[in-house]
Design a protein around this ligand. Structure first.
Ligand SMILES: Cc1cc2nc3c(=O)[nH]c(=O)nc-3n(C[C@H](O)[C@H](O)[C@H](O)COP(=O)(O)OP(=O)(O)OC[C@H]3O[C@@H](n4cnc5c(N)ncnc54)[C@H](O)[C@@H]3O)c2cc1C
Ligand code: SF4
Length: 335
């Protein structure tokens, strides 16, 4: 059995109280559902002296509010993944939430925790005894990356299932700090550094995720590769959104977005699609888009699965999904 070291638990009843607790106590961390944080505490990767409990502090559920660019869906960061998986407003986001882990974890895990979960690596998400025997690594207590084979770069993977879809939907997040609220585009949240992948200020609290409400004809798909369909993290994920109206859509949609996740510290929106928009979406174009995705996807060996195989599979996922979206068919989540 893995035992946690002692810490003081500080339950917060409002976002402001949570931020005040975090800033008023040393070595503090937020805990929402705890499904990512507590295993890391048990593995002594994190050693908090204070845990600020968010269960009674964060907004849950979602509502539509008017925004500058049309109707926006405001989703509370405390919304559980199982609730989100039942959302009718954006079925592709519901599918991505429903692909996280298994039912028990989705009942506890929150959207906020999913967006901010730590990066993962085969050499890092291990018990302290396991890591001691290998000699630790750059991300925690060591000086060497066992994946890259060097002393500088960490390529631990951003592995949230909802994030590629939220990026494809052009979502933003609302953060609360001691100086007040601010909004950040989700595309500006992540950077390519597995040791420090989040561009937020210390102690900022994620309160809401804001998603433009999709217009008519916007469809999406989320596909995930994992070892065990019942519970595992992704080894590769592909989110696609675009306007696919009716059966047999004949052109590349002007708002097509493809985001590849679970291969790097930073999820990647595929660049270069703008040149193809409006051209015929025939089988040759499906190959061209799939080739572009393979070219721009460089998986790391920080997670399970041969990187070269996962890279090729990104193209397979994209081609399969686009063909089905074009032909008005559903896209299954599992490979
Ligand atoms: C066996 C297993 C399988 C899993 N499989 C998957 C999977 O397939 N896909 C996947 O995406 N995830 C998976 N997870 C990870 C995790 O369950 C989910 O990502 C979940 O959404 C995390 O949410 P949480 O509320 O439990 O976060 P927590 O564990 O409570 O927090 C995660 C991190 O975010 C911070 N945090 C949480 N909420 C806020 C907030 N509102 N503001 C600021 N900081 C905050 C915490 O301090 C912590 O650093 C798995 C976990 C386990 C144990
Ligand atoms: S990528 Fe390297 S430094 Fe980062 S967690 Fe893995 S082994 Fe450690």
């Amino acid at each position: 059995m893995l035992r946690m070291d002692g810490f003081r638990y500080l339950p917060a009843r409002s976002p402001d109280e949570a931020v005040a607790h975090w800033h008023g106590h040393d070595a503090a961390q937020y805990v929402a559902g705890g499904t990512d944080l507590l295993p890391n505490v048990k593995h002594r990767i994190f050693k908090p002296r204070h845990l600020v409990g968010l269960a009674g502090a964060l907004p849950r559920g979602w509502e539509t509010r008017p925004g500058d660019a049309g109707e926006m869906l405001w989703i509370g960061a405390g919304t559980t993944l199982s609730a989100l998986a039942r959302m009718a407003e954006i079925p592709a986001l519901a599918a991505a939430a429903g692909a996280v882990a298994g039912p028990q974890i989705r009942n506890m895990g929150t959207l906020g925790g999913n967006i901010l979960l730590d990066t993962r690596c085969l050499f890092y998400n291990q018990t302290e005894a396991w890591r001691t025997s290998l000699g630790f690594c750059l991300k925690a207590e060591g000086t060497w990356c066992h994946v890259v084979g060097g002393p500088k770069t960490c390529v631990a993977t951003q592995s949230s299932d909802t994030v590629p879809m939220l990026l494809a939907l052009n979502a933003s997040i609302r953060l609360l700090g001691p100086d007040g609220l601010r909004e950040l585009a989700l595309r500006d949240l992540y950077r390519f550094n597995g040791m420090d992948h989040l561009q937020i200020r210390p102690g900022e609290l994620l309160t809401h995720v804001i998603v433009p409400l999709p217009g008519p004809g916007l469809r999406g798909s989320y596909q995930k590769l994992r070892t065990r369909g019942a519970i595992d993290f992704p080894q590769l994920s592909v989110a696609i959104t675009g306007t696919f109206q009716g059966h047999g859509v004949s052109a590349v949609s002007p708002d097509l977005e493809i985001v590849v996740g679970a291969v790097n510290p930073q999820p990647k929106a595929i660049a270069g699609l703008d040149k193809l928009r409006g051209q015929a979406l025939d089988d040759a174009m499906l190959d061209q888009i799939a080739d572009l995705v393979v070219k721009r996807t460089r998986p790391q060996a920080s997670t399970h699965g041969d990187p070269a195989w996962r890279r090729q599979l990104a193209g397979v996922f994209v081609k399969r999904a686009l063909a089905r979206l074009r032909d008005g068919q559903a896209v299954p989540v599992e490979a």
